[in-house]
Design a protein around this ligand. Structure first.
Ligand SMILES: Nc1ncnc2c1ncn2[C@@H]1O[C@H](COP(=O)(O)OP(=O)(O)OP(=O)(O)O)[C@@H](O)[C@H]1O
Length: 465
């Protein structure tokens, strides 16, 4: 069993060294103790770090002998030809069957990395659930299911007589009765699930994991941080299936206190003891193409300030993040801040007459319609772009690669939240086109933003209007 000393556990949350290329604003509050080295030899955990790769390995070469030809061809058809850094780094470990923690920037292609491994392991001719992918939200689940189905589709299914791999989306708000019949009649090969729906099926013994060979938990830090999900997740990892009998893959762009997390993975038997930590861009938690800015104004001036920013930036496509409505405001019967902002934008300027909305209080169908409208090139903003007003439901995992601007209308609740909101832009792996993250803050919130700068090691430029 690996052992970590107290000194090793007392570590920087994001990184192992300060990035010398970042120009920091002063005064800098260095909140953490002196930097530790990237790897530590007294443990079984292998930490791999990669900054820039110069090889020209193709995804085909990387997957050769592991992933079926039709899957590789499908990936190439949709433009996945060159692997991203996390794919390059992680796939050899994944293909070897090792448990992995994929820890890489937002938009770096972690989904494709774990899906290629899932598709390399499953046998579509076997009628049994062989892979389970757990996600925190229905939106992310739908997105992962779509990519998995797209990669798994076998155009020569009829000629060869071989069945294609089936992917079930077992997501909160779905038709669980139908899924129940499906699971009983012919179990799918891969299940993508939110933890609530999954546990219902497991508790009723409709879904069994004894044939499951790969278990993926996406946005793993979020799941472990959510009081609603954590006990179910722990049960899933230890009671419903054993880490000895499966490959376990965890993925996230943010794993605060990652060494502590890796220690827990082994101690609690969520993974096997030889788990690999694939840590890409460990010194730079956010994509370098992001340009961070802020404006200071009074609370009452936020709406006109946002409008000025939108008029000046003229964003191609933008997401505006607004805090969730407080319980007190709901009780008082006030309109949600998201709705108020959408109404303001619609009435203030013609270009923003078609603003989309995504928030928890919408029903699942409305939420799906809102996202598919954006993906279809609809939505506000004109010129094929969109303008989306959203709560943090859109902050994790949602992939809208055309987004060029993020506006924090309300300041994120912590640095992790800042990182994921910011990560909804800059999602084209091989593009270094500048994307913008702008926070609208009050004077009192300046200190909070500065804390985020320290924790995430970025530099924010002040704009004046
Ligand atoms: N090899 C590749 N070549 C080109 N594009 C890619 C490649 N791999 C992934 N992408 C694209 O990159 C974008 C981001 O990928 P993905 O959603 O997997 O990121 P992620 O690492 O899971 O991000 P997050 O942490 O925000 O969930 C997607 O639009 C995806 O289609």
């Amino acid at each position: 069993m690996a052992y970590f000393s107290a000194a090793q556990l007392h570590t920087l949350p994001w990184t192992s060294s300060i990035n010398p290329n970042v120009a920091y604003r002063t005064p800098k509050l260095l909140l953490y103790p002196k930097p530790l080295r990237a790897s530590f030899s007294s443990s079984n955990v292998e930490t791999t770090t990669l900054t820039k790769d110069s090889t020209t390995t193709t995804l085909r070469e990387l997957c050769y002998g592991h992933v079926q030809e039709h899957v590789i061809r499908r990936a190439e058809e949709v433009g996945y030809v060159i692997p991203t850094e996390v794919q390059l780094q992680a796939l050899p470990f994944l293909f070897s069957g090792r448990d992995c923690v994929l820890h890489a920037q937002t938009g770096s292609g972690k989904t494709l990395a774990y899906l290629l491994q899932v598709l390399s392991v499953v046998d579509s001719q076997r009628s049994a659930v062989q892979a389970l992918i757990v996600v925190p939200t229905r939106e992310l689940g739908m997105q992962v299911t779509k990519v998995a189905r797209m990669l798994a589709a076998n155009p020569s299914e009829h000629e060869s007589g071989l069945k294609s791999c089936t992917v079930m989306a077992l997501l909160d708000g779905g038709m669980l009765k139908r899924h129940k019949s499906w699971l009983k009649a012919e179990p799918p090969t891969i299940v993508v699930a939110t933890i609530g729906s999954l546990c219902q099926m497991l508790e009723k013994h409709i879904l069994k994991l004894d044939t499951c060979q790969v278990l993926v938990v996406d946005e793993v830090d979020f799941m472990f941080n959510s009081s609603k999900e954590v006990s179910s997740l722990k049960r899933l990892l230890t009671s419903y299936s054993s880490s000895k009998n499966r490959q376990t893959i965890f993925a996230s762009a943010s794993i605060p206190q990652h060494r502590r997390f890796l220690y827990d993975c082994m101690q609690q038997k969520w993974t096997r003891a030889d788990v690999v930590h694939v840590h890409v861009n460990s010194v730079e938690p956010m994509p370098s193409c992001l340009h961070h800015r802020f404006v200071v104004c009074n609370r009452t001036e936020k709406n006109p300030m946002l409008l000025s920013l939108l008029q000046t930036d003229s964003p191609g496509s933008a997401i505006i993040f607004v805090s969730e409505q407080s319980g007190k405001s709901k009780k008082a019967g006030s309109a949600p801040p998201t709705t108020l902002l959408v109404d303001f934008l619609k009435s203030s300027c013609g270009r923003f007459s078609d603003v989309s909305l995504l928030e928890e209080d919408m029903n699942f169908n409305q939420r799906a319609a809102s996202l598919s409208e954006l993906r279809g090139g609809g939505g506000g903003g004109g010129g094929g772009g969109y303008l989306l007003v959203a709560t943090d439901i859109a902050a994790r995992g949602v992939d809208l690669p055309e987004t060029t601007h993020i506006y924090n209308f309300d300041i994120p609740k912590d640095a992790v939240n800042y990182l994921h909101r910011a990560g909804r832009t800059g999602r084209k792996p091989f593009s270094d086109k500048k994307c913008f993250v702008t926070s609208i803050i009050t004077v009192e919130e300046l200190f909070v933003l500065q804390r985020f700068e320290n924790e995430l090691m970025f530099c924010c430029e002040q704009l004046f209007f």
